[in-house]
Design a protein around this ligand. Sequence first.
Ligand code: C2E
Ligand code: CA
Ligand code: CA
Ligand code: CA
Length: 397
Amino acid sequence: SDPVTLPAGAVLFDEGAIGHCAYLILSGRIAIFRRGDGGETVLARRGAGEIFGEMAILDALPRSAGARAEADCVLVPVGAAQIRQRLAGADPILRLCLEGLIARFRETLPRLGPAAAEGPPAPPSPSARADFDATVASLAQERALRRALAGDEFALFLQPIVRLATGQLAGFEALIRWHDPERGLVSPASFIPAAEANGLILAVTAWVIGAIGRIVPRVLEAGLRAPASVEPSLFVSFNVTAQDLARSDICGLVDAMLRRTGIAPGALKLEITESALMQDPAGAAAALARCRAAGLGIAVDDFGTGYSSLSHLSTLPITTLKVDRAFVRAMLAEPRDRRIVQTILRLADEIGVVAVAEGIEGRAEAEALAAMGCALGQGYHFGRPMPEADALAAAAA
Ligand code: C2E
Ligand code: CA
Ligand code: CA
Ligand code: CA
């Protein structure tokens, strides 16, 4: 879906054709036309900042009219699959409104006359223009992500997780890094949500699982060489999303990787955020149960921010709670945050799971958390996410 140019006079599609994509107009002008007994009628004109050809994609019926360039045009195609992926994630009320509008428009279309197309295309409203620009940006992001997946632009970094009472290395969290040759380092906090919106997240997670298979055996081996400073039960955790649990066979993927590499399932932990768990509790529970039965650990990430209920938590095969960074950051200054941390630690104890405090940036927090009985800690104080070579050195130290 790279931008295409269309010379003035060229017909892009005809009435009755099957629609494969809609188009965003970056520049130029498009006439929407029908052919009848009395010749051709232009029904509408569209200009820069507008979309056309979306109707046949939204209702999967043939094109209701043709489209021709009236000036040289630069267009960004939006594929049917890209649009349906977004629609599937949309609110059902919105989908219903859209379907109603399109059905009604199809009804009135035959009665539209040439008068409808008089004058130049009206410029889009500011909010439509903002949506247009956001759409162009998100399609460019999707193209870049596809290229990253096909090429060699991702790396998996590892951040140490430490036993607070002893300072021993207990494990690592794997965090993806994207080095875009054009934009430099792109934060996962921006491209992971984008990948969830465009459906590429499943491919990203598959890449992560592949990288885990390459990296973890070396990490575990390095850990064995430093028995004093590294726990024998060294683990690596990695992040998955609600879509991974709902739409891909995550357990099957991991299982195949474990067989291929000989990694013990207990050396891996799956991290899923509390809010992701709340999106589709039943679906997540089933997928997590399979992973847990296969021997993987299950960590609830960003705990304390996702409004999960205790009754719901108790139905999930959790082994670890990760206390969200926001509480850890604020706990020394704010008694309220300190109490929240204390409550989460007590809860972890009650349900018999390990607690990991995230985002520990200073010695004072590390000591306070150790005194409160928090088992594990992670944060810049112990080490930043680092490339594999540095993690191997840290594990063997
Ligand atoms: P997260 O899973 O909560 O990961 C922890 C984030 O906190 C990481 O940001 C890490 O670099 C950062 N962090 C660690 N210690 C500290 C600290 O002491 N202070 C501060 N300020 N930050 C700290 P990162 O790597 O930029 O990742 C951001 C988010 O992107 C992650 O949050 C996770 O939600 C997502 N993500 C990262 N890698 C992956 C991945 O491979 N798959 C998926 N699905 N999501 C990922
Ligand atoms: Ca995480
Ligand atoms: Ca987290
Ligand atoms: Ca987070």
